[in-house]
Design a protein around this ligand. Structure first.
Ligand code: NAG
Ligand code: NAG
Ligand code: NAG
Ligand code: NAG
Ligand code: NAG
Ligand code: NAG
Ligand code: NAG
Length: 553
């Protein structure tokens, strides 16, 4: 009797404790950190000096972690590059790197700090998690030895990766993610393929990636659509770019468009326009921070649902083109003109009246706007714009954008340029577009770079509409669409690649200002041998991006 019932009891007990242990909500924390930067140097510092600087930054993170734990936060996200900053070469970053093992090794660095060689940073981060009984995400640098048989192995014999690590509340390493979409980071290598990293907790399933990764399909979209994570953790060093890509604006829109929790920790560096962190849930931002005035870090805390899709406020799925495809275009505009948002050429049309129904098209994309302003300010003009095509200088990512925005001045040539203040309030707006993609992110940005939680919503048929009366003074109302399958480098994880994108890249490489004949040989040989991936990503990517040194512009 006893022997036979024992396993059952254990099982029942385990089930009950699982239920009891599971949480419906949890307190999340993100910390915007003003990084203590290293002195500029062309020659690498010693490992000791590197550790000294990283410990200075960890000292600051430590007090944020303690505070967060004191407020019962279960998890805290710290920013990309938070331990050492961003201006490096492969050589000068090297003393900051540690070999970070695969989490499968089941390691608590705090208890066993010497198991994988010299890893003082990992040991300290693990202890911070363990001592404060909180999950900690940190961004650090990983180095992985490789040898000359591997034709892609860099000269110094190491792959170097921009890496997120997560320690659980016992200090155990539970996740490691190598950033895939690098943005001008010559110090780091691109991993062979996008890694899909998740971990389970009693407060939901988590996925992680880094900064610029959020603009692409993999791993970002796959984690949400196929791995069904509840919450995404996003460390970032994000430079704000108005009107469409300011951190708080785009991140809150992504959380809403993807219908997932998103915890974002940005670095804080006013002179590089780096600020903007937040805790975003599918129906609204919970808390956000944007500060161009001070040099201070900031801890944000908020309670969020562990499983947002089971919550009553979970938004229904949106068909982003249903309304726009169903109606006849509003009156065709006579006064359309070309304008630019960064390098992207939009078709614009001015909002002449106090109210109206207008349509503007560019190729296959038509954007419809119905609006009524409270009072038309004489010194403020707004336009409706449409853009569909490859974005920016690199022209690799396909965008579809419908945007209503305030022009910088009353001169129409300034429409699309950054502007930070407005006074025009809208009694109603309704924006929709004939999008070819199901990935559309709804943005509403108000004067002074503020979000507009609770004051707008997306209807099932894809209309972005105001809610709860008069709006705040509007900088932009936009539907930002990403048509990933049209990207030149598109490759859904798990499916086979077509050769065409690679051929394109090959052509781009051939026409680029390239001195390295050996590299071209590698590419050629490897294309012939079928291992195009490594070569193209590992060597080509850094050549094709602008020579700035940040996560995102
Ligand atoms: C964690 O706690 C241990 C002992 O309780 C202490 O020795 C250690 O310094 C603490 N580490 C951190 C990073 O707080
Ligand atoms: C998380 O838990 C689910 C079942 O609840 C399981 O299928 C999955 O493999 C787990 N994932 C990880 C990363 O442990
Ligand atoms: C910061 O943003 C402003 C306006 O949005 C822009 O004029 C300025 O050039 C940006 N600074 C940097 C360093 O990019
Ligand atoms: C969205 O709506 C359009 C127009 O009604 C329809 O053609 C399309 O099939 C719908 N898309 C989805 C995914 O249901
Ligand atoms: C816009 O269209 C709506 C309904 O389609 C109509 O009620 C409204 O009067 C129109 N507004 C203007 C200014 O034409
Ligand atoms: C819209 O943009 C396209 C492409 O830039 C251009 O060919 C077309 O003339 C524009 N349409 C109008 C009405 O301005
Ligand atoms: C508008 O700006 C353009 C270029 O900046 C200038 O050439 C033009 O004269 C301006 N127009 C007016 C009406 O001020």
């Amino acid at each position: 009797m006893i022997t036979s019932s024992f396993p059952t009891r254990v099982a029942v007990f385990a089930l009950i404790s699982l239920r009891v242990g599971a949480l419906d909500t949890f307190v999340a924390a993100v910390y915007e950190h003003a990084v203590v930067l290293p002195k500029k140097t062309e020659t690498p510092v010693s490992q000791d000096d590197a550790l000294l600087l990283m410990n200075k930054n960890i000292d600051i993170l430590e007090s944020a972690i303690k505070q967060a734990a004191g407020k019962n936060a279960r998890i805290i996200v710290t920013p990309e590059d938070a331990l050492y900053g961003w201006k490096f070469t492969r050589e000068t970053i090297f003393p900051y790197l540690e070999d970070i093992p695969d989490p499968q090794v089941n390691w608590i660095p705090c208890q066993d700090p010497h198991r994988f060689g010299h890893t003082p940073v990992q040991a300290r981060l693990s202890c911070l998690a363990k001592n404060n009984s909180i999950y900690v995400l940190a961004n650090i640098g990983d180095k992985k030895p490789c040898n000359s048989h591997d034709s892609t192995c860099p000269h110094n014999g190491y792959y170097q990766y921009n890496t997120n690590v997560v320690y659980d509340s016992e200090g155990k390493l539970v996740a490691r993610y190598h950033k895939y979409h690098l943005y001008s980071e010559p110090q780091f290598d691109v991993p062979e393929k996008p890694e899909l990293v998740t971990f389970n907790t009693t407060f939901g399933k988590f996925g992680i990636f880094t900064c610029f990764d959020i603009l692409f399909h993999d791993p970002a979209v796959t984690l949400v659509k196929d791995f069904h994570v509840d919450t995404i953790l996003l460390p970032t060093a994000w430079m704000n770019v108005l009107p469409l890509l300011t951190a708080i604006e785009f991140h809150s829109a992504w959380a809403m468009g993807m219908r997932v929790n998103l915890l974002v920790a940005n670095t804080h560096h006013v002179s590089l326009n780096m600020t903007g962190s937040g805790i975003y849930v599918p129906h609204s931002p919970k808390v956000y921070h944007y500060d161009m005035e001070t040099d201070l870090g900031k801890l944000l805390l908020s309670e969020v649902d562990s499983h947002p899709q089971t919550s009553s406020s979970y938004p229904t799925a949106v068909n982003w083109s249903a309304y726009a495809m169903a109606i006849r275009p509003f009156s065709v505009q006579k006064d359309t003109f070309r304008g630019f948002i960064s390098r992207d050429e939009f078709n614009f049309t001015e909002l002449f009246e106090n109210a109206g129904n207008i349509t503007i098209c560019q190729k296959e994309l038509c954007c419809h706007l119905s609006y009524r302003v409270l009072e038309k300010e004489a010194d403020e003009i707004y336009v409706l714009g449409a853009f569909t095509g490859f974005h920016g200088r690199r022209r690799r990512e396909y965008w579809q954008v419908c945007t209503m925005l305030k022009c910088k001045t009353t001169n129409l040539t300034t429409c699309g340029r950054p502007v930070e203040t407005a006074s025009t309030r809208f009694e109603m707006f309704s924006l929709s577009g004939t999008f070819g993609t199901e990935y559309v992110f709804p943005e509403v940005l108000l004067t002074g770079i503020h979000l507009s939680p609770g004051k707008f919503e997306v209807l099932k048929d894809g209309r972005l509409v105001n809610k709860n009366g008069l709006s705040g003074p509007i900088l932009t109302v936009s539907l930002f669409g990403r048509w990933y399958t049209k990207d030149t480098l598109y490759k859904s994880s798990g499916t086979n690649n077509s050769a065409i994108p690679y051929l394109l890249i090959f052509i781009v490489l051939m026409t680029a200002d390239f001195q390295n004949i050996v590299l071209l040989n590698y590419i050629y040989v490897n294309m012939m041998m079928g291992s195009r991936d490594n070569i193209i990503h590992r060597h080509a990517a850094p050549q094709l991006v602008t020579p700035t040194n940040r996560c995102f512009t």
